[in-house]
Design a protein around this ligand. Structure first.
Ligand code: ADP
Ligand code: MG
Length: 308
């Protein structure tokens, strides 16, 4: 390993205090984590590749590092888990040098600090290819019980946090993973099913429906459309963008009908919650449009000239 790489890892090590359950993080051949008997652990991993998941130099190294961790934290939020330890493997483009690597990790570590995740290990290599970043995050589910995609029941209310659509304008790099919201939700209600919106509201709803063996009816007027969608320019409705754009990293979840109103009145965080529909026992996915019509809602979102 080149000397530069040792210095890079050394600096990461100095910047990374171990927080429980990490007993030993960067510095040995493997990390050591305490694991109380009977506890469940949640693990998620994502691989981000230059040219596919981000472009450089259009995207700064710091934002690439931030997003690489943020997408994993969003997955943990979707399981209602609190992140504990992160592992980061880098294939660094040799010609970009040390500063690029430092800036990448600055962005990643700032987000790790915000959510008190310990960078507990990883691997650092360099080559003549583009940047590849692999991040793995471990977490502990609230009440020792992760929330799965498969728990939605007929009659459940369907909720979404925040607003959807238009994230490609920049929000897909700067979003805050909904960890705080997920933790608060588990204090207030029993979550039946949950997913984070990466593919798009409609597509990710279909993941819940498929895993749970149920259907849904959405109310188009209730779907929160992000201000980033802006005015119509591309012939697609604003609603279509909210349903299909993806990378919103909002939480989509269901709760029992009796918990729905209770959740809305007890909700005390700044992030809005919207009830956008109901789970049904048939396997269809439909949507009530603003003009009173009912349409089938396929996984890839939906186009309607009168929508939203
Ligand atoms: P080994 O050769 O035994 O795999 P390395 O020299 O690759 O060890 O890594 C030394 C230590 O630095 C290990 O604890 C490893 O987990 C950590 N490490 C290496 N690269 C990174 C990185 N990008 N982020 C966090 N930890 C890293
Ligand atoms: Mg190694």
């Amino acid at each position: 390993m080149p000397r530069d790489e040792f210095q890079f890892i050394d600096r990461l090590r100095q910047r990374t205090p171990f927080r429980p359950p990490v007993r030993l993080g960067i510095g040995d051949d493997a990390a050591v984590l305490d694991h109380p008997a009977g506890t469940v652990e949640v693990v998620t991993t994502d691989l981000l590749m230059e040219g596919v998941d981000f472009l450089w130099p259009q995207t700064s190294a710091a934002l690439i590092g931030r997003k690489s961790l943020a997408v994993n934290l969003s997955d943990l939020a979707a399981m209602a888990a609190r992140p504990t330890a992160a592992f980061v493997s880098l294939a660094l483009p040799r010609q970009r040098g040390r500063q690029f690597a430092d800036e990448l990790m600055d962005g990643l570590l700032a987000l790790a600090d915000e959510f008190e995740v310990t960078l507990a290990g990883g691997d650092t290599n360099s080559w003549d290819g583009p940047l590849v970043v692999s991040v793995t995050v471990l977490g502990t589910p609230s009440r020792n019980q992760p929330v799965l995609r498969s728990g939605a029941k007929p009659g459940d209310w369907i909720f979404v946090t925040g607003a959807c659509g238009g994230s490609l304008a920049g929000r897909h790099l700067t979003f805050t993973p909904r960890l705080t919201e997920a933790a608060r939700l588990t204090e207030l209600v029993a979550l039946h099913a949950m997913i984070d919106i990466s593919d798009g509201l409609a597509a990710d709803l279909h993941h819940i429906l498929d895993e749970s063996g149920v259907g849904a009816v959405l109310n188009a007027a209730a779907i929160p459309i992000h201000a980033d969608v802006g005015p119509l320019t591309d012939g697609r409705s604003r609603l279509d963008h909210a349903l299909g754009d993806g990378e919103d990293f909002e939480l989509l979840f269901t709760v029992a009908v009796e918990d729905g109103p209770r959740l809305l009145s007890a909700w005390d965080l700044a992030t809005p919650l919207s009830q956008i529909g109901t789970i049904t026992s048939d396997r269809r996915c439909r949507m009530y449009c603003v003009d009173g019509s009912v349409v089938d809602l396929p996984p890839l979102g939906w186009s309607h000239p009168l929508g939203g």
